[in-house]
Write a protein that binds this ligand. Structure first.
Ligand code: SAM
Length: 197
């Protein structure tokens, strides 16, 4: 589900840029990557996350994907001078073969999926064995509480907190690394696809 105008305003704000830079640095510190990887970002929004991925993870290739044509226009403009491939697509049906990427990034998009467990299963499918899922995710206690559910728009059925999110990753063969930051509202962490996955 694409963002409504208040969330679009926040996603495109300097506050979001500041927070996202801090998160990218923390993710890099949790699991640095060798330069030269093949990386996918789901729900890329305006492309700011992709710039941080170039800066902190030095990929060989970077594909970024979003469902919202307005966000994709901003991402294409922002990333025009970069080698990033900007694509329209649905994170619940990733248009890539199995075992395509060394890393997949999720900056706050899994909770926008109607079938969020399918989204996690797709992340695991396109990761190479040993590949890493870098994520920042927010939970229903934040976006669906009695205030924020009137301000922002998200799917309402089958919502999740950290235990369900971690169980879905484990079910898809993604092993959460120690050092993740988890609260009742948000989680920042890295999970690695099992080598036999
Ligand atoms: C909260 S915004 C986050 C944007 C960006 N990652 C950031 O951190 O600023 C969620 C993004 O996910 C995208 N999105 C929602 N549903 C999607 C889907 N099914 N497939 C791909 N992207 C989706 C939205 O269009 C939006 O750009």
């Amino acid at each position: 589900m694409i963002v409504n105008w208040p969330e679009r305003f926040f996603c495109n704000s300097v506050v979001r840029r500041f927070l996202q830079r801090g998160e990218a640095k923390q993710l890099r510190n949790m699991r640095p990557m060798q330069p030269g990887g093949d990386i996918l970002e789901i729900g890329c929004g305006n492309g700011a996350g992709a710039q941080l991925i170039f800066e902190y993870f030095a990929p060989r290739s970077l594909h970024v994907l979003d469902l919202d044509p307005a966000m994709l226009r901003l991402a294409r403009k922002r990333l025009a001078a970069s080698p990033a491939v900007v694509m329209e697509g649905d994170a619940q049906r990733l248009p890539f073969p199995d075992h395509s990427f060394d890393a997949v990034f999720n900056f706050g998009i899994i909770h926008h999926l109607e079938d969020w467990e399918q989204g996690i299963s797709e992340v695991a499918r396109v990761l190479k064995p040993g590949g890493a899922f870098y994520f920042e995710e927010i939970f229903a206690a934040l976006y669906a509480n009695s205030f924020w559910r009137h301000v922002v728009a998200h799917p309402t059925h089958n919502r999740f907190q950290a235990p369900e999110y971690k169980a879905a990753m484990a079910h898809s063969g993604l092993v959460l690394l120690p050092g993740a930051h988890e609260t009742r509202l948000t989680m920042l962490g890295v999970a690695v696809k099992r080598a036999d996955g």
